[in-house]
Design a protein around this ligand. Sequence first.
Ligand SMILES: [Zn+2]
Length: 93
Amino acid sequence: MVELLTFGLRLPRQLMATCPKCLGPLTDDHKCPRGPLRRVSDALATTAIGALSGWVLVLMIDDRPAGALILAAAALGAVLASAVRQAIHGPIR
Ligand SMILES: [Zn+2]
């Protein structure tokens, strides 16, 4: 009975170890979250690659595409690249 009552109190104390870098709980599979600069550059790179792909695709289909078509294709490519990236790696945290 005593074990039953103290079990809930003991568990949080075992998880009290914190990571010296990010101060998060230090579990067996701990991974420090990446810095904000790295996350932003990752997202920008993905968006840029997607936009470039959309632009190139439009240029392959049409020799002299309208500006609005290029813009729309680039935006669509950026959104699709971001969606694929999130599907593979999970949302940017
Ligand atoms: Zn950490």
